[in-house]
Design a protein around this ligand. Structure first.
Ligand code: SF4
Length: 637
């Protein structure tokens, strides 16, 4: 199934242009950046002021929630106030559950976003058996509810986003498809078909999920479906409930970056649990990473495609020590260019030395290997840490394991009996190498690239290995110079995440010079593995960015919950400002903290409500008790 123009050579998937007021989305327009206000829509002044901050930061479209008719009507005041001071940025009304609000908004502003999971359906979490007849009757019911909005949009030249959210699929879709990427696509298609029957095409589509794997697969499936049905609607990309800070940036870049590299996407929103104007530079920097990518050096086509782009399947590899096979991907740190390496240097890599105990203590984010080049280490390193030396250095003392260039590997007689890291680029692949790798149970490839489209070049390299039956584990290496810490987060997360999401890679190596501290690079490496769901080393927070529906202070509460729980490795906590995506998003969370009224919180264990409407003051402790009750609590060390 084809989902992009080429797996090897970048070009943007061509979509039709949809006009949202004065802004064109899709076609040959640049990829647009948008975000959403967090204020109460009835507070005109606060919403206008926040919109201005967003626009001044570079936001090209402003989304505002319209939970009911009165907020939809107030969009007019907001629009007029903005226009009075010279701001004519298109406004999008965000609609859940309220067709009547959508119909009003569509006459006032430039675009409405509808969620097909809840536009015409109330969620009861029921599993219903449908026959063809009863299913079609449901579709007819949706048609009746949705068609008036489509006609209003058509008449007023208002654009529409059909925005599917993994967390709020209808009971009908869940009953038939489960909460799968296929279900997400079908959810949008039900609405899209109605639009097409009405000859209305000012449509943009999105497939958001907080799980990057699901999100990427859903967009790819959607594009494949569009190609099949000869459709070309623009795509809005986003990872929903990505969280905040470093985690939010990494997760967004893994999901959005993977698709941008595929040439998919006409507008993006980076959803962070932060003020919306802070999302804009992140989105800009993410796009910057792909600037000029179309001019990359040509990569030969992939003629036989062994990849699993729509369902996750990890490439099968041999186990070499703790690399490959069933092991989680390893993190190899780079100390090669460090002036001096001391025991204290390893603190930055998550290994702490206790002098009184004379013992190394490894955190959950302790690097597994470190490449030290030609350095000598005259102290004991943590027992489980593998030290990699340049081949010539290794020959001198035979400590640790060697790092070999391809010629060293092919020519030299003496290599490690346990582990040899062999550095290769796509151009190095040859029959001689394949033959040697096939009989070598000690080799691990470290693959690198100098191509501006490094993702595709490394993907091509993986396909060559797979098509030639090579099961040697692979560490994906990428190099960066002189980037800000945030730019490195976005660039490395896109580059490495895109391959990890496709089940490729048994380890990662980020060689970054002048891009931040060793500690931040180590944390980034573990963050990328966590965001691509290949190795879990910390608590995961699925927190919504907040909007006008939010029923408590998201940022403050998230910080409070994080302070108490950030040592609970692998526990996923959903923090939702309201119920819209709440229960559904719990499919991906172990525990949920959801606003259900002013100052009222409902707690979930997965998708089941366990405590209803508890007061906000008591809610964090109640959440901790709930985690304890289910045996997921551990005390801090
Ligand atoms: S989950 Fe959060 S961002 Fe989504 S509608 Fe509710 S409050 Fe707004």
């Amino acid at each position: 199934m084809k989902y992009c123009n080429s797996l090897a050579n970048y070009s943007r998937f061509k979509t039709r242009e949809v006009k949202v007021g004065s802004i064109g989305i899709g076609g040959s327009n640049p990829i647009r950046i948008q975000s959403m206000t967090t204020t109460d829509t009835m507070d005109t002044i606060a919403t206008v002021e926040e919109s201005i901050r967003m626009i001044d930061a570079g936001c090209e479209l402003i989304r505002i929630t319209a939970p009911s008719k009165k907020e939809a009507l107030n969009l007019k005041n907001i629009k007029e106030e903005l226009a009075k001071i010279g701001y004519n940025t298109p406004i999008i009304a965000d609609i859940h559950y309220t067709p009547n609000a959508a119909e009003i908004a569509a006459t006032i502003i430039e675009k409405v976003r509808v969620n097909p999971g809840n536009f015409a359906d109330k969620k009861k979490f029921e599993n219903i058996e449908y026959t063809e007849i009863t299913y079609n009757a449901e579709i007819e019911r949706i048609r009746e509810k949705f068609t008036p909005l489509v006609r209003i949009c058509k008449e007023n030249r208002t654009a529409m986003r059909i925005g599917t959210n993994h967390g709020s699929l209808s009971d009908r879709i869940l009953s038939r498809y489960g909460d799968t990427p296929k279900g997400m696509v079908e959810s949008a298609m039900e609405f899209l078909r109605i639009c097409r029957d009405e000859d209305y095409h000012e449509i943009i589509l999105s497939m958001k999920a907080s799980n990057t794997r699901v999100m990427v697969q859903a967009y790819r499936l959607l594009v494949a479906e569009m190609i099949k049905e000869e459709m070309d609607y623009p795509l809005h990309l986003g990872v929903t409930e990505a969280g905040e800070g470093e985690d939010g940036r990494i997760k967004s870049a893994v999901g959005i970056g993977t698709l941008l590299a595929d040439g998919i996407g006409d507008t993006i929103r980076v959803s962070l649990t932060e003020a919306p104007e802070f999302e804009i530079p992140v989105a800009q920097n993410l796009l910057k990473h792909f600037e000029g990518i179309e001019k990359h050096d040509y990569i030969e086509k992939i003629t036989k495609n062994p990849l699993h782009s729509f369902d996750y399947k990890r490439r099968k590899t041999n186990e070499v020590l703790n690399i490959g096979g069933g092991n989680v991907p390893i993190v190899m740190a780079n100390f090669c260019l460090k002036e001096k390496i001391t025991a204290a240097s390893f603190f930055a890599l998550g290994s702490n030395y206790s002098v009184p105990l004379d013992k190394w203590n490894l955190t959950d984010m302790a690097a597994d290997y470190v490449f030290v080049g030609n350095h000598d280490l005259d102290f004991e390193v943590p027992g489980t840490l593998g030290v990699i030396y340049n081949y010539k250095k290794w020959i001198e003392h035979k400590k640790g394991y060697p790092f070999l260039k391809i010629n060293d590997y092919l020519d030299e007689e003496e290599i490690s009996k346990k582990l040899n890291i062999v550095y290769v680029c796509l151009a190095d692949l040859c029959e001689e190498l394949f033959d040697k790798l096939k009989s070598d149970t000690t080799a691990v490839l470290m693959i690198d690239t100098y191509n501006q489209n490094g993702i595709s070049e490394q993907r091509k390299l993986f396909t060559e290995l797979m098509n030639n039956g090579i099961k040697t584990p692979v560490i994906i290496s990428r190099s960066y110079d002189d980037l800000s810490e945030e730019q490195l987060q976005l660039s490395a997360s896109s580059d490495l995440g895109a391959l990890l999401l496709d089940g490729l890679g048994d380890g990662i190596f980020i060689a970054a010079e002048n891009c931040g501290s060793y500690q931040s690079i180590n944390s980034l490496a573990f963050g990328i593995l966590q965001a691509s769901r290949t190795r879990i080393s910390k608590t995961e927070y699925i927190s919504c960015p907040s909007c006008g529906r939010t029923l408590f202070d998201l940022q403050e509460t998230t910080a409070k919950i994080r302070k108490e729980t950030d040592h609970l490795k692998g526990v996923k906590i959903g923090i939702m400002g309201c119920i819209v995506n709440g229960p559904g998003e719990m499919a991906d969370a172990d525990y949920g903290y959801v606003g259900t009224g002013k100052g009222k919180i409902t707690l979930y264990k997965e998708q089941t409500v366990v405590e209803k409407n508890i007061s906000e003051e008591k809610a964090v402790s109640a959440l901790i008790n709930l985690i304890k009750k289910h045996g997921d609590w551990v005390d801090r060390n």
